[in-house]
Design a protein around this ligand. Structure first.
Ligand code: 9D3
Length: 251
């Protein structure tokens, strides 16, 4: 996967992605990251990339010319027509499903806006996808682009090691994960649930599944509803859920 990020703050993207799992994947050549500073593509002799909005109003608008030139520079370097994703609060909300789908591309171009936004005319010409990462207001598209790159990269072969991949596969069926415990067996007078020390694998699996269901009901009832609708719950799951809903211990 080759990522190309068009931004006024390339160092933010580079600094943010050069560590941890994504940094390791870049060193291993599994992914590449090219940042293009939009300012380097302006025709303006003072290096300007923004101007006042026609029609008036607060703030500044990023001009079409440098955005288009930066985008063309990327497109010329690629054989096929890449998807160009504009990070925008007005986009479709990013999901795990979208991450999985985008991971099948060879190149992805991310366009990060700042100020009030980008001149609509260049967006009409170059953007293929409008994506938001959720309903809260940030100062620009850089963090959202980094979030997407992180989520997409986890799907690329070799990016996660075996242990990390196995942990993903056990994240099943749209349910939240069960709680995790490690040594010591007693901490602040709290004991690790005894079933986890029993060595009885079938009982451990049953307990973990029940904890997942309980947690999802408590914290993300919307996900549990979805899992039920998609028939991802077994007969045993549904029975446990009924029992939970009836019991006074669950409030
Ligand atoms: C103060 C200006 N806003 C009017 C309510 C419009 C606005 C423009 C630009 C609000 C935020 C931004 C900067 N945000 C992004 O570029 C952005 C974003 C976000 O803010 N939240 C979630 N996803 C994204 S993707 C890009």
């Amino acid at each position: 996967m080759n990522y190309h990020v068009l931004t006024l703050f390339p160092e933010m993207i580079e600094q943010g992605l050069n560590t941890s799992i994504i940094g390791r994947a870049m060193e291993a050549g599994l992914i590449s990251l090219q940042t293009l500073n939009i300012r380097e593509y302006t025709d303006n002799k003072h290096g300007r990339v923004d101007d006042y909005p026609y029609g008036g109003g607060a703030g500044m608008v990023m001009q079409a010319q440098p955005v288009y030139a930066a985008c063309q520079a990327v497109r010329k370097s690629i054989k096929s027509e890449p998807r160009v994703i504009y990070m925008s609060p007005q986009g479709q909300v990013f999901t795990q499903k979208m991450a999985e789908e985008l991971a099948r591309e060879n190149d992805l171009v991310f366009l990060c806006g700042h100020y009030e936004g980008i001149d609509e005319r260049v967006l009409e010409e170059v953007v293929t996808d409008y994506v938001s990462i959720g309903d809260y207001v940030l100062t620009g598209g850089e963090l959202p682009a980094m979030v997407m790159i992180d989520a997409i990269s986890r799907f690329l072969p070799g990016v996660l090691n075996n242990e990390e991949s196995a942990a993903c596969e056990s994240f099943q069926d749209n349910l939240l994960e069960h709680p995790h415990y490690s040594r010591p067996a007693v901490w602040h007078e709290k004991e690790v649930p005894s079933v986890l020390l029993s060595g009885h694998h079938a009982n451990i699996e049953k307990w973990r599944r029940e904890q997942s269901i309980r947690r999802t009901l408590e914290r993300r009832p919307d996900l549990l509803k979805q899992a039920a609708e998609e028939q991802l719950l077994s007969k045993a799951d549904l029975e446990y859920l009924e029992q939970l809903k009836k019991s006074a211990s669950f409030l």
